[in-house]
Design a binder for this molecule. Structure first.
Ligand code: NJP
Length: 240
């Protein structure tokens, strides 16, 4: 189903985005992978070593409009189209509201919200012209309910959820699907953590989120999956 399709994955240097890149490459997709650090070229090398050669790596900042337009155009120039955009790049930190600095607040909104806006804004004219496309944003369980000590991060994910829902209503007549994947605790490098720490043994794995992305992207064309919510069993959270 996804074979020969073209995808863009942001935040693929590590963690969830890297797992998504591997799962999509396994499906036979051609990919542009994006990260803000040189780490993105390491992901490309690892994919190439597995035999996945149609991988373009771009070091770019998702909150910068020229960067985003650059990697979208590069994808179209290289592979001729964009079928799937995965807005995965994100930053998280957990602090009381009054201890959050303006710089931290703005950085979180720039990456988590503006990055998603710019990605969608850049691919939508192309997808509308082709009357086809799927946009998947890795949001969060805290886009639907609040937690203490994470107000700024929570606010970004509520914004992403609202934005994605409204865009979905704007573009469905063009055959474009827009959905979110809302995970709970995932064992990645998120929030300056390390991946693979023993205390995170029971958490979701990046591959679990990647499987959900593949499922959403490969749904039949007439079907839109608005949202997938996933939690590790050990995480006690409200039903919504
Ligand atoms: O985090 P991490 P995750 N431009 O830190 C990239 C959401 N989520 O995989 O700077 C471009 O391992 C960064 O690239 P680089 C979360 O909100 C997670 O867990 O090159 N890229 C790296 O590849 C986020 O939206 C949990 O290292 C930028 C990647 O983003 C998504 O899952 C729970 C960038 C971050 O990798 C992936 O996060 C939840 C920029 N300006 C939601 N800034 C969880 N892990 O528990 C960062 O509910 N990146």
């Amino acid at each position: 189903m996804l074979k020969q399709q073209v995808g863009i994955i942001t935040g693929a240097s590590r963690g969830i985005g890297k797992a998504i890149a591997f799962k999509m490459a396994e499906q036979g997709m051609k990919l542009t992978i994006v990260g803000s650090s040189q780490g993105i070229f390491e992901t490309q090398k690892e994919l190439n070593e597995k035999g996945y050669t149609e991988i373009t790596a771009v070091q770019a900042d998702v909150s910068n409009e020229a960067d985003v337009n650059g990697f979208v155009q590069k994808t179209i120039d290289t592979y001729g189209k964009v079928d799937v955009l995965v807005n995965n790049a994100g930053v998280g930190f957990f602090k009381l509201a009054e201890e959050t600095t303006l710089d931290e607040w703005q950085h979180a909104f720039n990456v988590n919200v503006q990055g998603v806006f710019l990605g969608m804004k850049s691919v939508l004219p192309h997808m509308k012209e082709r009357r086809s496309g799927t946009i998947i944003t890795i949001s969060s369980d805290v886009s639907r309910y609040t937690i203490p000590n994470g107000s700024a991060y929570t606010a970004t994910k509520y914004a992403v959820q609202g934005f994605s829902g409204a865009v979905s209503q704007e573009v469905r007549e063009y055959g474009i699907r827009v959905g979110t994947i809302n995970p709970g605790m995932v064992d990645s490098y998120f929030n300056n953590s390390e991946q693979g720490l023993p205390e995170k043994d029971d958490w979701l794995k990046p591959e679990n989120i990647a499987d959900a992305v593949v499922y959403m992207a490969s749904a039949p064309k007439h079907m839109e999956i608005d949202e997938i919510v996933l939690h590790p069993l050990v995480q006690d959270c409200p039903r919504i």
